[in-house]
Design a protein around this ligand. Structure first.
Ligand SMILES: [Zn+2]
Length: 236
């Protein structure tokens, strides 16, 4: 279980200059940044209301001080919200990723396959890059959700070798599976349906090392230069 203290919530932070200290910023810039930060922020009063609906005794979400005392109900609400949130994760990134994936998987499981496919097809990449924020990583929930949609559409099964591994973790169904960008994000690839595919850790590693290749347009896959037939349940 990941302690909530590793997850921090902000609104859209893409336009914020995190490198310059506030003292060195022009006041007009600070005003613009505050506007940007609050424009789609999740209201703490709403958050508190939602938490109190679940349990009236839950204390307010702490704004100052340690986050270790944050009630777990908040974590559940934040990870399941439909709002497109940016989460800045610190500490054990892998665990935070896993937790987010599990939360999204259980949301996606409520929908039929054609609904998931439709949502995945209309997904628009907004072209944001994943900035490193001094030791923290920004996680855009909508991007994560799109990846988990693709994992669901492929039945959490490696498209190359058919690897499938389901297990249970604290009553939550999980899978060992990875969703990869065909064109890497650093090369301009996004989370469009056409640019994502589902791989097991082994095949993913082979792709990273160039042993497995995929043509981004024809989707022809090769291993050490030889053509491979792969399964596909999400590309046209
Ligand atoms: Zn595989």
């Amino acid at each position: 279980v990941v302690p909530l203290s590793e997850i921090y919530l902000y609104s859209d932070t893409s336009g914020i200059d995190w490198q310059t200290t506030i003292q060195d910023k022009d006041s007009a810039v600070v005003v613009e940044e505050i506007k940007a930060l609050t424009s789609d922020a999740f209201k703490l009063s709403d958050l508190r209301m939602m938490a109190n609906k679940i349990d009236e005794s839950i204390p307010g979400f702490p704004v100052n001080g340690s986050t270790s005392g944050v009630n777990r109900v908040y974590e559940k609400i934040l990870l399941s919200t439909e709002q497109d949130l940016n989460i800045i994760a610190q500490g054990s990134g892998e665990l935070v990723e896993k937790k987010i994936a599990e939360s999204l998987d259980s949301q996606i499981a409520k929908f039929d396959r054609d609904v998931i496919l439709k949502e995945a097809s209309v997904y628009k990449d907004i072209g944001e890059t994943h900035k490193e924020v001094v030791g923290k990583r920004r996680i855009r929930i909508e991007d994560r959700k799109q990846k988990r949609r693709v994992a669901a559409l492929e039945n959490y099964t490696c498209q190359v070798c058919g690897f499938y591994c389901e297990y249970e973790n604290n009553g939550q169904k999980s899978w060992i599976i990875e969703v990869d960008h065909i064109i890497e994000k650093s090369q301009g690839g996004g989370e469009e349906l056409n640019n994502l595919w589902v791989l097991c850790p082994n095949c993913h590693k082979k792709k990273t090392r160039g042993i497995i290749t995929i043509d981004s347009i024809t989707k022809q896959v090769k291993e050490l230069g030889l053509d491979l037939q792969i399964s596909n349940n999400h590309w046209e």
